[in-house]
Design a protein around this ligand. Structure first.
Ligand SMILES: [Zn+2]
Length: 223
């Protein structure tokens, strides 16, 4: 029923409210950060400027603050070897957690009952030697978001039935680095190097992430 006063409320709430009943204003667009020059920005920033060797400018893209733990669903891979499945799941969760508190607290959700921000998809084979992939998106308004991270469950080199859990741990850490906004490193000791040559997330990986989250989202770095 419209316009009644049975509930004892104000029959003309719009008239008595100073704002009236207009739709609330849309949220303001975020400020576009000013471009910075590589000469000013690129000192002691890890490998955030590494792509400037190939591009005249690069844009830093990251998550906006979420104010809580980020939840990543890490399901069991659907294979008929329960021990191997558990080992792969555990390895992927370890790789995700390598970025815990950098910058968000991270929860690897193994059961899928925590309303995840995104999850891992296991794929039989990703082709060639590829074992991981991050499907990410970015907008000025919302910052970075992730559709899913993909990991291969079949050994990329054909030497064993299933992927090596240590390789999966490193691939998960690498793809999680992309999910948080990092590009590739130019040093094979960093987990963000394009191939799996690191042994863990390095001090330079952490430094790059730290600077990324201290820099306004969308900042252009120009050569
Ligand atoms: Zn990569």
């Amino acid at each position: 029923m419209r316009g009644g006063t049975e509930d004892g409320g104000d029959p003309f709430p719009c008239a008595s409210s100073p704002e009236g009943c207009a739709d609330p204003a849309p949220p303001p667009r975020p400020d576009v950060p000013s471009p910075v020059s590589a000469r000013d920005f690129c000192r002691n920033v890890g490998y955030l400027c590494a792509d400037l060797t190939q591009h005249a400018e690069i844009q830093l893209r990251r998550w906006h603050p979420i104010g809580r733990a980020m939840v990543v669903h890490v399901p069991l891979p659907d294979i008929d070897d329960p021990t191997a499945a558990r080992n792969l799941q555990r390895a992927a969760a370890q790789g995700i957690r390598a970025w815990n508190n950098q910058p968000f607290p991270l929860l690897a959700d193994l059961r899928g009952d925590r309303n995840p921000d995104f999850g891992i998809r296991w794929t039989a084979s990703m082709g060639g030697s590829q074992i991981g992939l991050a499907r990410i998106r970015w907008s000025e308004m919302d910052g970075l978001g992730v559709d899913y991270l993909e990991l291969g469950i079949v050994s990329a080199d054909g030497q064993r039935a299933w992927a090596d859990p240590n390789q999966i741990r490193l691939a998960a850490a690498h793809e999680m680095g992309h999910a948080l906004g990092l590009g590739h490193s130019d040093s094979d000791r960093d987990v963000m190097y394009p191939t799996n040559t690191a042994t863990s997330v390095s001090a330079r990986d952490r430094r790059s992430m730290e600077v990324l989250y201290k820099t306004p989202d969308g900042t252009l770095i120009q050569r």
